[in-house]
Design a protein around this ligand. Structure first.
Ligand code: ZN
Length: 114
């Protein structure tokens, strides 16, 4: 299990398992935020604090609810649905605590092309 938070700590979450790779997308949104994403089923991730205080940003096809803390501005995760309708979470690996990003394989995604 891994856990993480936004910068000010108002939002906290935990996830089952450990990420081995992170998706680095070059789209206008991900590149600006510097997101390094780990996708997992929604029920493998729990928001343990601050769920009520989260703000949501959507763009393009509005399929992903980008969740950010209104106090510190960090985006710890996004929530959405896979094409088959199942709920998923996209965790920002940069918001994990006590986790070494050096061991994570970076997978480039050409989101700009979509
Ligand atoms: Zn915060």
């Amino acid at each position: 299990m891994v856990s993480g938070s936004c910068h000010c700590g108002a939002v906290r979450f935990e996830c089952d398992g450990e990420p081995s790779e992170g998706y680095e997308c070059n789209c206008s949104h991900c590149s600006r935020k510097g997101l390094l994403l780990w996708f997992l089923p929604r029920d493998a991730m729990r928001i343990t604090a601050g769920a009520d205080g989260l703000n949501t940003y959507t763009f393009n096809r509005h399929v992903i609810q980008h969740q950010f803390c209104p106090t510190c501005g960090c985006q710890p995760f996004g929530l959405g649905k896979k094409p088959d309708g199942s709920e998923m979470a996209a965790i920002n690996l940069r918001c994990l605590e006590e986790f070494d990003l050096a061991g994570v394989k970076r997978v480039p995604v050409d989101g700009k092309a979509y």
